[in-house]
Design a protein around this ligand. Structure first.
Ligand code: GLN
Length: 499
């Protein structure tokens, strides 16, 4: 029974809890047991909140017993990326500098999750301040990919993706600045969506690059991700960049997609992202992408090739804009306001305490980004670097606008390669940054994109990325759901972790 409960998806669990077939406490306990059994080898969680989770589950069971209205995901467990602040629970963003910090408030998305009766199991591992593609930049050690423990689960939301793929949680929250939901989803064989910028509140996300950061859902199916998306999405007055829009109708789109075909849908294959120009892409990834495009065609979609000539500059632009914003955002970690403080002995000056704290508290990748960002913003260089990158950003948005005059969605592989070995790329920043080749254009343009499993290459999952115009998130879900229904499920071939 317990194993069967952890294999079930969120939609299924919610229905069974609502009907009384199982209690929320049983479902939660089954997932806590699964975490106890496998997380020693996965290390998806930085903190498991056993008491809080069981308390939340009991509250759902009590509400049900009293005949109260249950929201659509009531009683379903979830894993929360540790960049989302949660009242009274440790929140580290994967950094030593926030060790032992307990936020005095909840992020809007944490509050919405709790108000929906979703059971938060704990906080998941991540690259420090969400900088990375492998979770190896976590100050607390890497997360292991449940498909092969010697490999990375993607990043920066790798704890969340691994937790869902390893059946430790049916749902998780991630954040995506340059690909950190989509790439981990791809390399662990699950679904992850980056919503349109401004449609999910950033209030209470520890900021990395404020003009790019966006939280979104992970699930093992498109429908499960959609159900979570509708819980967290929608306007929030506490976030000044939140759009005054209702959440996109993604659940209906996922349901409709699963039933329907793709006749009348025009799909563009991006030449610069694994289309004609595919240097640096693994052959197995390209083969899986080609067969995915074939499946879309079989579903009735009209497929054309589209050129987005400036996408090739996305990597260079992103790695100036994101570090620039990070260098400013991370100035708040000064040893005074939050977490760690080093050298406060009454002799050192305030400047020395700040400098010693930042020296001890930040890891090497974070320091690298602060230095790049500070340089790119400095007087005399600003125009040549940051200013230039912003112009490229505009050109990328125009490429999207031109493409979406011809097609409804764009597709590409999510990542140029499958999960690589832990340690393989960690000493070479460029080798790490090229993970983001396919995901960065939608990040810079603020447009929505989903990753859905498209098959296996050498026994490891490959993801298909589906991109849509701003505020048309439902198109991503509709096409992804139709595709998911037409192809072999990927996760059913994941190796069993425990005997
Ligand atoms: N891999 C990218 C980076 O290191 C993206 C990270 C993210 O989306 N948070 O910046």
């Amino acid at each position: 029974m317990t194993g069967e409960l952890t294999r079930s998806g969120a939609a299924d669990l919610a229905a069974r809890i609502a009907s009384g077939e199982v209690s929320a406490v049983e479902v939660t306990q089954a997932h806590l047991d699964r975490i106890a059994a496998v997380d020693g080898s996965i290390h998806a969680f930085l903190h498991v909140d056993t008491e809080g989770a069981l308390g939340a589950a009991k509250a759902v069971d009590a509400l049900r017993a009293s005949g109260g209205p249950l929201s659509p995901l009531a009683g379903v467990p979830l894993a929360m990326k540790d960049v989302v602040v949660t009242q009274g629970l440790p929140t580290t963003a994967g950094s030593k500098i926030l060790e032992r910090w307990q936020p005095p408030y909840d992020a809007t998305i944490a509050r919405r999750v709790k108000d929906a009766g979703i059971v938060m199991l704990g906080k998941t591992n991540m690259d420090e301040f969400a900088m990375g593609s492998s979770t190896e930049n976590s100050a607390y050690g890497p997360t292991h990919n449940p498909w092969d423990l010697s490999r990375i689960p993607g990043g920066s939301s790798g704890g969340s993706s691994a937790a869902v793929a390893a059946f430790e949680a049916p749902l998780a929250i991630g954040t995506d600045t340059g690909g950190s939901i989509r790439q981990p989803a791809a390399v662990t064989g699950i679904v992850g969506h980056k919503p349109t910028y401004g449609t999910v509140s950033r209030y209470g996300l520890i900021a990395f690059s404020s003009s790019l950061d966006q939280a979104g859902p992970f699930g093992r199916t498109v429908l499960d991700a959609a159900l979570l998306h509708e819980v967290i999405g929608g306007h929030d007055p506490a976030d000044s960049t939140s759009l005054p829009q209702p959440v996109a109708p993604v659940v209906a789109a996922a349901r409709e997609g699963a039933r329907g075909d793709l006749k009348s849908v025009r799909v563009g294959v991006v030449r610069e992202l694994g289309g004609q120009d595919s240097t640096g892409y693994q052959a197995g990834v390209l083969a899986s992408f080609e067969s995915a495009v074939g499946s879309l065609r079989d579903l009735g979609a009209e497929v054309v090739e589209v050129s987005c000539p400036h996408f090739g500059y996305a990597l260079a632009a992103y790695y100036l804009i994101a570090p620039s914003e990070a260098s400013s955002n991370l100035a708040r970690f000064d040893g005074v306001r939050y977490g760690l403080r080093v050298g406060d002995d009454g002799v050192n000056s305030l400047e020395e305490v700040m400098s010693l704290t930042r020296e001890a508290g930040f890891g090497p990748e974070v320091k690298r980004r602060i230095m790049i960002g500070t340089y790119a913003l400095s007087s005399g260089y600003y125009e040549a670097y940051y200013g230039q990158a912003q112009k490229v950003r505009t050109l990328i948005s125009r490429d999207f606008a031109a493409a979406f005059e011809r097609v409804d969605v764009l597709v590409s592989p999510t990542s140029p390669f499958v999960a690589f070995g832990i340690g393989e790329r960690i000493d070479d920043p460029m080798a790490m940054y090229v993970n983001d080749l396919c995901t960065l254009p939608a990040s810079l343009a603020g447009t929505p994109a989903i990753s859905v499993p498209s098959g296996l290459s050498e026994g490891l999952p490959v993801g298909l990325q589906i991109m849509a115009p701003a505020l048309a998130d439902e198109r991503c879900y509709r096409v992804a759901a139709a595709f998911e229904a037409a192809v072999e499920p990927v996760l059913s071939s994941i190796p069993e972790l425990v005997a």
